[in-house]
Design a protein around this ligand. Structure first.
Ligand code: NAD
Ligand code: MLT
Length: 310
């Protein structure tokens, strides 16, 4: 029987599918050293974002045929090294779309109404209603950067909340944007107009530090930024300075340049910053969806059927 290593926390529904065709080793939180040492014995590897499948790991693999990423982003896999070795990399492009979009909306609402800080204050025994006056999102403008699967769903929900939507995505048509109720603009105009800026792009050379000292300077002092996409889209130091100096009103981040976040000046800021530990895809529904989606693809490859590549 082929052997599959699952090295991040994966929903049981996926494990059950794999067990039909393979001997499964379930080791969430496997250390990088153990991964490197044990990878030669496996035919397939299933991961989330925690495991880093580096070139040395891929070089050490002797029988690996497929790497399955239970989620969207495959940026924790060295794709070039995998391709060189003929290892297929698959993902789940749609399984966590709703979860990530809803988390972005949750962050936008929490930021607007100080939910996190009001909760902490009340639990600390205080009753300070006048300190937690928020703002409404109704009739405000949201700038959606990246109008793909998640950006499109955020747009639908934002419309239902009565927001105006401007969007920047050079790879989609004006017709598609119009269908979603968004107006396509260039990035500079989006930064000028938006009360909320929400990022839904992959991390690429073009999008790395898309939010930086210069682009922050284009924003309204009342602007709030949400990043539920990828760490590294925001220059965190520049964001910290802009927030500290009151040049923008707030930011809510789910993803970070370095994860786990560890020490960051952002943690010292108050209600203007909300931070969550990469929870965008962390719903029961999304985890079941992605686990089934990717486990089925691994199963098919182990059975000799063609793969759907990431
Ligand atoms: P998608 O591929 O459906 O959409 C991405 C969109 O970005 C596309 O429409 C593409 O045209 C656009 N784009 C690419 N480069 C761009 C650029 N330079 N400027 C503007 N637009 C650009 O992807 P998706 O499923 O919507 O995912 C979006 C991001 O969210 C990905 O980075 C994904 O990894 C991340 N994600 C995070 C979580 C989380 O847990 N926080 C969960 C799921 C997905
Ligand atoms: C993704 O790209 O799907 C997200 O990072 C979600 C995750 O797997 O944690």
């Amino acid at each position: 029987m082929p052997k599959v290593l699952v090295s991040d926390a994966i929903d049981q529904a996926g494990i059950e599918i794999l067990t039909q065709v393979a001997q499964v080793t379930y080791e969430p939180d496997l250390s990088p050293a153990t991964l490197l040492e044990t990878i030669p014995q496996y035919d397939a590897l299933m991961i989330r974002s925690g495991t880093k499948v580096t070139a040395p790991v891929i070089e050490a693999a002797q029988r690996l045929r497929i790497i399955g990423r239970a989620g969207v982003g495959v940026d924790n896999v060295d794709l070039q090294a995998a391709t060189r070795k003929g290892i297929v990399v698959v993902n789940s492009p749609e399984g966590n779309t709703i979860a990530a979009a809803e988390h972005a909306i949750a962050l936008m609402m929490s930021l607007s109404r100080h939910v996190g800080e009001a909760n902490a204050s009340l639990k600390a025994g205080q009753w300070k209603r006048s300190q937690f006056i928020g703002v409404e999102v109704y009739k405000k403008t949201i700038g959606v950067v990246g109008l793909g699967r998640i950006g499109a769903h955020v747009t639908r929900v934002a419309r239902a909340l009565g927001m105006q939507i401007v969007a920047f995505d050079p790879y989609i048509s004006a017709e598609r944007a119009q269908q979603l109720g968004a107006r396509l603009v260039d990035l500079e105009q989006l930064f000028h107009e938006a009360d909320y800026i929400t990022l839904h792009v992959p991390r690429t050379p073009e999008t790395t530090h898309l939010i930086n000292e210069k682009t922050l300077a284009l924003m309204k002092p009342t602007a709030r930024i949400i990043n539920c996409a990828r760490g590294g889209l925001i220059d965190e130091q520049a964001l910290y300075i802009a927030l500290k100096e009151g040049r923008i009103a707030g930011a809510a981040l789910d993803v970070f340049e370095n994860e786990p976040l560890g020490e960051s000046p952002l943690c010292a800021l108050g209600r203007e910053v909300i931070l969550t530990p990469h929870l965008g895809a962390s719903t029961e529904e999304a985890q079941t969806n992605v686990a089934i989606d990717v486990a089925e693809q691994i199963r098919d490859v182990l059975l000799g059927l063609p793969a759907r590549t990431a």
